[in-house]
Design a protein around this ligand. Structure first.
Ligand code: FAD
Length: 401
């Protein structure tokens, strides 16, 4: 298998790299480098810049704004964006609900939603997990009962990322309580302004407010908001979760974090010389760089194999990418913490008033936010399917156990 880029692919990479360097707002780039939380405006502004170029939804059908790119071009686009470092387009819009509507939705739904999803005119969140139904998603209990031309929805979702910003939520709901687990589930689009919705923040260990509980109390949702057939929502969910896993190795992001790690280690001292010259520290950095190179090669092999894959079924090898990608991101976050030591501790929690959040950081300006980032990184081996669940997939689908 030849993993080298062709001349055309190298030219495409240069074009993407140049775009990311010149069009990404500097304040957003700086926040990512420093490990700070991004605001809604950072995501919206950047996604609209991408959309104006035609690069916000390259994975969609061309008719709805997608690019007819090869898997290698898609890989280059994502890798360069992560290395810039730029925010990825909102995954709930671009990798999840958009492709589901394009694949399973009717014409009216496509026309109404897809252009707004691509331009982030509507911010979407994902209402899948419930208390007691995470890994075992098909046990979900939120119910949707038909009443005339509406569904009446009752139940609770949890861990709903950025529900506080959301205009819409896409949900898995139980429409046939008598059917076998997966069979009685439907995929429903719900306007967050519908009376009966309550959003309650969950403050995470980094002091952040990115996840929420969402309660549904006798919501009335028009039948026209059902995507695909009633009780066939599990097909949409499988399709969506396959998309969610394929971009999750975050190789570009880890490359950027290692660059930052080296930069900071050149500023910090170990005895009478910069930390970056300390042999034991260098050995740790080299070890994670080797792991990352191996992950990149594996990702390129998966990308190359994608050319020959038929249908929409995700490659089970993407579970390997998810596990190794998460482990590497967590190791780098640990090393960053080691470099800045006690300076990592002071930070402005996200839930402070806006004016205080914008105060200059306490301590050297290269150190803040690294402790919160370290704690925040614990999430990457949980969301999108925990590492244990990924191992189950590898055991069954790759090893045939
Ligand atoms: C930061 C963050 C953001 C999230 N955002 C969203 C979101 O926007 N929308 C949404 O719907 N969900 C979201 N989630 C939820 C996420 O998908 C679930 O947390 C995840 O699927 C795990 O489910 P759970 O938390 O219920 O844990 P459980 O499923 O209860 O698992 C608990 C532990 O048991 C292990 N375990 C469970 N089953 C097995 C098994 N069969 N074999 C071996 N081990 C097993 C797990 O690996 C884990 O260690 C988010 C989660 C996090 C952490």
């Amino acid at each position: 298998m030849d993993l080298r880029f062709t001349d055309e692919e190298l030219a495409f990479r240069d074009e993407v790299r140049n775009f990311m360097r010149t069009k990404l707002p500097e304040k957003t780039r700086k926040k990512i480098i420093e490990g700070r939380h991004l605001d809604k405006d950072d995501y919206v502004t950047w996604q609209r810049i991408l959309n104006a170029k035609g690069w916000a939804v390259p994975n969609w059908p061309v008719q709805w704004g997608g690019q007819d790119w090869t898997p290698v071009q898609q890989y280059i686009w994502l890798d360069e964006m992560q290395q810039a470092p730029a925010p990825s387009p909102l995954p709930f819009n671009v990798s999840m609900v958009g492709p589901v509507i394009a694949q399973f939705g009717d014409d009216a739904q496509k026309k109404k939603f897809l252009p707004r999803i691509a331009n982030l005119d509507d911010w979407w969140c994902q209402g899948f997990s419930e208390p007691g139904s995470g890994s075992d998603l098909a046990s979900l209990k939120t119910s949707a009962r038909r009443d005339g031309d509406h569904y009446v929805v009752n139940g609770q979702k949890t861990w709903t990322t950025t529900a506080q910003y959301a205009d819409w939520i896409f949900c898995l709901v139980r429409t046939d309580p008598a059917a076998k687990k997966q069979s009685g589930i439907s995929f429903l689009l719900i306007d967050m302004k519908t009376p009966g919705i309550t959003v309650r923040p969950i403050v995470t260990i980094d002091g952040g407010r990115e996840v929420n509980e969402v309660f549904f109390d006798d919501l009335r949702v028009p039948l026209e908001n059902l995507v695909g057939q009633e009780n066939k929502g599990w097909d949409c969910a499988k399709f969506l979760l396959g998309n969610e896993r394929s971009g999750i190795a975050r190789v570009g992001m880890s490359k950027e974090r290692i660059r930052r790690l080296r930069e900071l280690a050149a500023l910090e001292r170990a005895g009478d010389r910069p930390l970056i010259e300390d042999e034991r520290f260098c050995a740790k950095v080299a070890a994670v760089e080797v792991e990352l190179k191996a992950l990149e090669m594996t990702q390129l092999r998966v990308v190359a194999a994608e050319r020959n894959r038929k249908g929409n079924k995700p490659d089970p090898a993407s579970s390997i990418l998810k596990i190794k990608g998460s482990e590497i991101q967590q190791t780098i976050a640990e090393l960053l913490l080691e470099v800045v030591g006690p300076y990592a501790l002071p930070y402005q929690p996200e839930y402070l008033e806006d004016e205080r959040r914008n105060e200059p950081p306490i301590g050297p300006d290269w150190a803040p936010s690294l402790a919160p980032s370290y704690f925040n990184m614990r999430k990457v081996s949980i969301y999108g399917g925990t590492n244990e669940i990924q191992k189950n997939i590898i055991a069954k689908a790759i090893l045939g156990l």
